[in-house]
Write a protein of this length. Structure first.
Length: 247
């Protein structure tokens, strides 16, 4: 039986979860006076606050990086692919999705989610396997941005990509062997950017189902970029192109 709660920690994760209003809060745990915004929200929502030592908080949060605050909350609930596509179809004819393949480091996944939220990405799509789970660690790594992000977890990325193509979404995969520079790819219309894992990149079948593969030009002695950095470059190149189109 799955847990009906989990413990998030860190000031930003807790604060953004309160602001987003997507989780139910059972309790707050603090090792110091709560920041005003969190204290006010706790009073407004009648959330009990319990004082804990740093060691107790570490055991609750399963990390020492808790910033002396944690919260017992309901698990993060992803969107369904159907609701993501349907809602976006009514809001914009040019959605921008980020598809994440095989990113297993929670810090990289959190960074990609944070970049996606900052860039106004329509939705983030992650596989149920071969990807870091949408855990408290990812929320903390995203500095709470995960709490605001529309994220869809899917069983099969290739099937999902085919479903996106039915709504005229073009899919651009990041691959250092891609024939096209990311700066030359057209990402002005309905578009999905596929970001591969830290060690393996995009899997073969996923790459084969992209409309084109793009590389990020590199000029130094290192032959690859961190997954979250590569994703951020591509996402903001899409933002730049789309902003130019609106002028």
């Amino acid at each position: 039986m799955k847990n009906t709660f989990e413990t998030i920690s860190g000031i930003h994760s807790v604060e953004e979860a309160l602001r987003a209003g997507r989780r139910e809060f059972y309790a707050l745990y603090a090792g110091r006076p709560l920041p005003d915004g969190i204290a006010d929200a706790a009073r407004e929502k009648n959330i009990p606050v319990h004082q804990k030592s740093a060691d107790e908080l570490g055991r609750l949060a399963r990390t020492d990086q808790h910033q002396q605050i944690a919260a017992k909350v309901t698990p993060f609930l992803p969107d369904s692919l159907f609701s993501l596509i349907k809602q976006n179809g009514t809001q914009t004819s040019s959605p921008l999705y980020v598809i994440i393949d095989s990113v297993e480091d929670p810090r990289n996944l959190g960074a990609l989610i944070r970049t996606s939220v900052c860039a106004g990405v329509t939705g983030v799509i992650v596989p149920k396997d071969r990807c870091a789970p949408l855990s408290p660690s990812v929320s903390r790594a995203s500095a709470g941005a995960m709490e605001h992000c529309r994220i869809c977890r899917v069983t099969n990325l290739v099937s999902t990509m085919k479903e996106l193509k039915k709504s005229n979404t073009w899919i651009t995969g990041l691959d250092r062997k891609g024939h096209l520079s990311v700066y030359d790819a057209d990402m002005t219309g309905a578009c999905a950017i596929v970001v591969g894992g830290e060690h393996t990149g995009i899997r073969r079948l996923v790459a084969q189902n992209c409309d084109h593969l793009c590389h990020i030009p590199q000029f130094g002695g290192v032959n690859s970029l961190n997954a979250s950095v590569a994703g951020a470059i591509a996402i903001y190149e899409a933002v730049r192109q789309r902003s130019r189109e609106k002028r």
